[in-house]
Design a protein. Sequence first.
Length: 348
Amino acid sequence: MKNILDKLYKDNYLNKEEIIFILDNINSKWESYLFKLARKTLFRTYGNRVFVRGLLEFSNYCRNNCIYCGIRKDNKNVDRYRLSKKEILSSLSESSRLGYNTFVLQSGEDIYYTDEYLEDLIKEIKLKYPEIALTLSIGERSFKSYEKLFKAGTDRFLLRHETANSTIYNNIHPDMDWNRRKGSLYDLKKIGYQTGAGFIVGLPEQTNKVLAEDLLFLKELEPAMVGIGPLIPHPNTPLKKEKIGSPEKTIILIALTRLLLPEALIPVTTALNTIYKYGFESGVLAGGNVIMLNISPNYVRKKYEIYKNKETKDAKELDIFRKRAKKIGFIVDMERGDNLNFRGNKNV
Ligand code: SAM
């Protein structure tokens, strides 16, 4: 185990068999060693900083039927909402006053928000806040659409690949297709977005071999950001009887990702924080370096229920995270927090 972990630290690469060996055999002693190497790598790239993003969930309408997701189209118990331009701008203005410099606008795949609508919105946001980094997380669209939204001023795009195993992908995403998902990620990169991929831990049929495929897919794609979170079953979805994804395994996968992609921005996800009281601390100590706090208006927050008991931490709770970060030797950084390879940002 030591040889493989040392090799990973040195080369930032492992083959499939080596990754499977780690996942099959790691114990608490080697976990501590893995996390230490992941932290050393993080200190070398971004230092002891945790970047903070304001997350605005602006619509829970979705045309898809992902079998794990609480806001899937066929869940008729969802109280659907869409925020107007005015509501979106007002949420951003409040968070900007709190010092936030990066915003993530997330929604289901909602075609109500046409390219023209979003282009206007993005331009208006960028006119008001020229210095901020704007991220979209709105699912799959055409190359042309991604290109228009980029030209309008969007900096980043989050689109998790969910699983790199095409059979599992196609089974859990009716009417969607792995090749299209993968194609969208390469489109986003080609256009120039800081692109985020990532996967869910604990999906049905997901073995360590499949997780190794996820990590190798990430290594090949080289995304700027990687979100990894445990599955949290939602009672109104076909996966209601599935077990919760393992937080321990999620944290190991965060550490392996840090070592495979030293320059990736890796959030400690809301899902991990929801099922694990010390998710934030454990995730950061394993190489995670981003936290997303919620800036959606209170009156819609509970309605964006992708899984049960979603632990939405409010943007105003920043001080709590400052203290929690300090306790483990980190500081919360409110700057844009770009990936090191973007904006000529080699000296971030
Ligand atoms: N529609 C956009 C997309 O497809 O990228 C963004 C919104 S989607 C709700 C955001 C993420 O939530 C997904 O990428 C998925 O990984 C995660 N998610 C949905 N349901 C989940 C669940 N039950 N447990 C854990 N993560 C979940």
